[in-house]
Design a protein around this ligand. Structure first.
Ligand code: NG1
Ligand code: ZN
Length: 560
């Protein structure tokens, strides 16, 4: 590092002093905390993003959001060149950078890391970081901190892409690195064109089936509502009513949004009894999660939740159907589709009934630890990999290799059997690959795919919900002295430490029909999460409660 670079860093670091006594860690969702203590962290993540851009010689993204957290929180995360999450290998450096005590310490860390990673500094180097933020009031000043961080690395430029959903920014990073256009309008056009394509390919028979066209969307009083309002203008044949747009005076994520709806299983604020039976969807605060629901009766606020597991199952049914159409009367020379590797990826939070459903379809179901980076990585192993967390975060990944084959196949079919069922199936799969965000789970693109598939299948939300019956489940949180004392294995389904705890969980679980329970330390809150499911709600509640008591006994503040 030359003198000039050193001087710039010394000067700029001192403008964003680190609050005393705060230790942050780059978890599954980046850094998250009360917004008032985040400027130094965001500034430093600006530096990190510029270094990552220098290292990869590609465009990097920096997103300022705290997703479904309360409005006073904020957070920051980095998008890698592929549009995915920051590589796990850099997470320890992110932690060290955020927690460096002063400018000297920070410069030392950067120098050592740059040496190890072979990163060169200087005016002849160039780095580019795309910045995005959600609608939180603290976003603007944190954006300023991020810009300063990027600019404090010589040769780096920060490009402010404005207020965006998290998936929009990830999409832009990915597209930019592929040499494609990345404006917001390009994003909206890609989504609306591919949605239009799927609608045009709906079979005549189902076209005639009566289906309620109307969809009501809970925008969580966040950025997703704003963007859906724009996107809506480009969509034909879809009636979308947006509630909780943030314009009616509601507060971001306050008794609204996908996280609230999924956890509480009641209607969000702003939804009255008149929505009974109507198809409703809920986005989270940065629009990377999506769940559906319908209100069961006018006299209660209880909903029938159609969660990420059921979205995954719906997508899987559709993709499978297209692959099997494509497979019929296969010509001899192209037989890729005979062995297309279709895989689904879930976490231990997936409802057991969904896993059974998928396995009964003959599918390969893989499990990973919680956190989209793990699911995404696993899904990328397949030709078509579908992943979802029960909370509604997920997407479908298509391998480049498979897409090339599909393009070629489509051209071949277009010349020998234009308009055939086989060609339509190829076109549908190609449209799905463009509609569904390849970088990260995206509530807006997911919503359009759900809407297209329901129309294709002539399926109401009630019918969709009935494809299988969720097993009753319960989630609890336990505050403990040190949550890092819990070590798990086997995609978080087995506790390794403290020893003896798994045995008691097993003993509790064995008491219940269809019982299943696991615990894990949360990556975003200072708690141990307990999950239980069983054949009745009472049993699931009881099982969760007894496991929580054991957790407290092993790890609570009273334990040593
Ligand atoms: P933690 O706090 O690690 O359980 C939560 C969600 C994750 C993921 C992250 C990131 C649950 C049980 N956990 O993580 O799935 O979405 O937040 O936002 O929903
Ligand atoms: Zn989110």
């Amino acid at each position: 590092m030359d003198e000039e670079q050193r001087k710039i860093l010394l000067e700029s670091v001192s403008r964003f002093p680190r609050p005393q006594g705060v230790k942050l860690s780059y978890g599954t969702a980046g850094f998250r905390a009360d917004a008032s203590i985040l400027s130094s962290t965001v500034f430093r993540v600006g530096i990190l993003s510029a270094l990552r851009s220098l290292k990869t010689q590609s465009v990097i993204g920096l997103m300022i959001t705290a997703s479904h957290n309360q409005v006073s929180d904020n957070g920051v995360k980095v998008a890698d060149p592929s549009g995915g999450m920051l590589t796990q290998e850099w997470e320890p450096f992110a932690d060290a950078l955020a927690n460096a005590v002063d400018a000297e310490d920070l410069i030392r860390l950067i120098t050592d890391f740059a040496k190890k990673e072979n990163i060169s500094f200087g005016a002849d180097q160039s780095a580019q970081v795309l910045l995005g933020r959600d609608t939180r009031p603290s976003g603007e000043s944190l954006l300023h901190a991020a810009k300063q961080g990027v600019n404090s690395i010589v040769g780096s430029v920060a490009i402010d892409m404005g207020v965006l959903t998290t998936p929009q920014l990830h999409w832009m990073v990915r597209s930019r690195n592929k040499g494609m256009k990345v404006s917001e309008l390009d994003y909206f056009e890609q989504l609306s064109n591919s949605f239009g394509c799927l609608i045009d390919l709906i079979p005549q028979e189902t076209m005639l089936q009566l289906m309620d066209d109307k969809l009501i969307v809970d925008g969580a009083n966040g950025v997703g509502a704003e963007k859906l309002e724009e996107l809506k203008k480009l969509l034909k044949g879809l009636v979308i009513q947006i509630h909780n747009s943030g314009k009616e005076g509601g507060v971001l994520n306050d008794r609204v949004g996908a996280d609230y709806v999924q956890k509480e299983k009641i209607v969000p604020c702003g939804f009255g009894p008149n929505v009974v039976g109507i198809r409703c969807a809920s986005l989270d605060g940065d629009a990377d999660r999506l769940v559906y629901f319908h209100l069961l009766s006018e006299s209660s606020n209880k909903i029938d939740l159609v969660d990420g597991d059921k979205i995954l199952s719906l997508f899987t049914l559709f993709i499978r159907e297209q692959l099997s159409i494509l497979n019929k009367n296969e010509s001899e020379n192209i037989n890729y589709d005979q062995s297309v590797r279709l895989g689904v990826v879930q976490t231990a939070y997936a409802n057991g009934a969904s896993t059974d459903f998928l396995k009964q379809l003959g599918l390969e179901v893989a499990f990973t630890p919680t956190g989209v980076k793990y699911l995404h990585e696993k899904a990328a192993d397949y030709d078509i990999g579908i992943y979802f967390e029960a909370n509604g975060h997920g997407t479908i990944l298509f391998s480049e290799h498979f897409l090339c084959w599909l393009e070629a196949k489509n051209s071949e079919l277009a010349s020998v059997s234009k308009g055939s069922e086989q060609q339509k199936a190829a076109l549908r799969l190609l449209a799905v690959s463009k509609l569904i965000n390849q970088a990260v789970g995206d509530a807006l693109s997911g919503l359009l795919l759900v809407e297209a598939i329901l129309r294709h299948m002539g399926m109401s939300i009630q019918k969709w919900s009935e494809i299988y019956q969720d097993l009753p489940s319960r989630q609890l949180k336990v505050k403990v002295a040190d949550r890092t004392a819990v070590i798990t294995t086997n995609a978080e389904t087995v506790v390794v430490k403290p020893s003896g705890l798994q045995e008691v969980i097993d003993a509790e679980t064995a008491k219940y029909a269809r019982g299943r329970s696991f615990i894990r330390p949360s990556g975003t809150e200072d708690v141990i999460r307990v999950y239980a499911e069983a054949s009745t709600q009472e049993a699931a509640d009881e099982l969760a409660k007894s496991v929580a008591l054991h957790v407290d006994r092993f790890l609570g503040f009273g334990s040593s």
